[in-house]
Write a protein that binds this ligand. Structure first.
Ligand SMILES: Cc1cc2nc3c(=O)[nH]c(=O)nc-3n(C[C@H](O)[C@H](O)[C@H](O)COP(=O)(O)OP(=O)(O)OC[C@H]3O[C@@H](n4cnc5c(N)ncnc54)[C@H](O)[C@@H]3O)c2cc1C
Length: 416
């Protein structure tokens, strides 16, 4: 039997793509090597930030990064043993921090992120999934004038692309979040953003809905992909299958599969951590709040507050260093004095990132039967529904609502 469309990877991107394709009338098979939502989608902060457009590489990032690496609570770390391996990616990343590249990347990020919230609403309307979403916005808070002034260039990028936000004073922050320490003088607020109160249950719910509506879910660790005469063959240790079209949505693990098809895509893991705080803390905050000075997020989840942070460049295989997130606990307590800082659990995840902070969305440059949907870096939760919409349009021979040239697989030549 030859399947019609097979999606590899049941993270938020693969699940949203599968569900959207099914809504357009396609027969789909969703695969994962583990249970659904075993990757980065399991433990993120759940923020869906409409119009988010600031790429990670911005002017001055090299100097900022050098400064950060010497700080005790640095949000960035690079394992020395991984430096030789990641150097080519880092060089491309630094190249993307030129003003012209940043402006371009911001425009292209905004082109998709402006559809983030409407696409999620469309995908989940009239389903039981809508219960996972809250609509209280996305708040960043700053204690010092200097730190807030440091966000000027990011705010200018948002102004340039037309993303709506408000700057708040201390009283306005307090009105929104009365349990926050009084020391926060400046706030940055996007009131049209959503947050998900349990990303794992949301993705599992999407897979359950897919199956309930007649789609299939199967466990297979795909280690080989080949296309011959218009049929794609997927092989893993536990079996093999054939499909007319395949979507690769394997997050940070996508590079190897794309390479087998002949696309060498500079995809890296930006490792990040979370630490769960007790359920009793849950009602202390109403929305995800970013500590602007120390780059961590406190996000309200069904089972407590989730603290997320860190960009660790150490590849997919190095063991976790949970002290990177644990050492932020005193800062979280300063931010939210009533917080109970008992650690319920810790977790490490892999953000799939390209140097320009843009995902890869579109056909493989080598095959008209394989489509890529990966590389959503810090914004996979945000961009999942619109990415699914774009891929479903492509596979339905419709023009996607966003022109996809900027997200093509072969945009990185040897010189960029
Ligand atoms: C700490 C942290 C906080 C974050 N916070 C946010 C946030 O607030 N908002 C936001 O928008 N984004 C956030 N992100 C980013 C977001 O989580 C990711 O961009 C997103 O989850 C990526 O989804 P994905 O489906 O591409 O990958 P994943 O969720 O990693 O899924 C990939 C899936 O593919 C499967 N797989 C891999 N290889 C194979 C194979 N060979 N065969 C079969 N299956 C395979 C894996 O098992 C996995 O289930 C955060 C990330 C981290 C780490």
């Amino acid at each position: 039997m030859i399947n019609k469309i097979t999606i590899i990877g049941a993270g938020v991107i693969g699940a949203a793509t599968a569900l959207t394709l099914q809504q357009r009338g396609h027969d789909v098979l969703l695969l994962d090597r583990e249970r659904p939502c075993a990757g980065a989608s399991f433990g993120n902060a759940g923020a869906i930030v409409n119009g988010s457009c600031v790429p990670t590489a911005t002017p001055g990032i090299l100097f900022d990064a050098i400064k950060m690496l010497s700080q005790s609570h640095s949000p960035l770390s690079i394992r020395p043993s991984y430096l030789p391996k990641i150097l080519p990616w880092l060089m491309r990343f630094i190249w993307q921090s030129r003003t012209s590249a940043v402006n371009n990347n911001a425009l292209n990020l905004h082109a998709i992120s402006q559809h983030a919230v409407p696409s999620w609403r469309k995908l989940t309307q009239d389903t039981s999934l809508s219960k996972f979403f809250n609509g209280k916005g996305w708040l960043k808070v700053y204690q010092s004038d200097q730190a807030f002034e440091g966000t000027l260039s990011s705010r200018q990028l948002l102004d340039q692309v037309g993303t709506k936000y408000q700057c708040l004073n201390a009283a306005e922050i307090h009105d929104l979040e009365p349990h926050l320490a009084q020391s926060f003088k400046h706030g940055f607020f996007q009131d049209d953003s959503l947050n998900v109160n349990d990303p794992q249950l949301l993705v599992q719910g999407m897979v359950d809905l897919l199956v309930k509506r007649g789609g299939q879910y199967q466990q297979l660790d795909v280690d080989s992909i080949q296309e011959r005469n218009g049929v794609v063959q997927l092989k893993g240790k536990s079996g093999e299958l054939l499909s007319h079209k395949v979507v690769i949505a394997t997050g940070a693990w996508s590079r190897g599969l794309a390479k087998q098809l002949g696309d060498d895509i500079p995809l890296e893991s930006e490792r990040g951590y979370h630490l769960m705080l007790p359920e009793s803390s849950h009602s202390l905050i109403s929305r995800p709040i970013v500590n602007g000075e120390n780059d961590f997020v406190l996000s309200p989840m069904n089972k407590g507050i989730r603290m997320t942070s860190q960009v660790e460049l150490a590849g997919l295989h190095a063991p976790p260093n949970y002290n990177r997130i644990r050492k932020l606990l005193p800062l979280a307590k300063q931010m939210l004095p009533q917080l109970e800082t008992h650690e319920e659990s810790v977790w490490l995840g892999h953000r799939p990132s390209l140097p320009d902070s843009l995902p890869v969305l579109g056909y493989s440059s080598k095959s008209k039967h394989v489509v890529y949907a990966f590389g959503h870096q810090h914004l996979g939760m945000t961009l999942a529904a619109i990415s699914g919409d774009i891929i479903a349009d492509l596979l339905s021979n419709k023009t996607p609502k966003v022109p996809i040239f900027p997200y093509r697989a072969n945009r990185f030549g040897w010189h960029v």
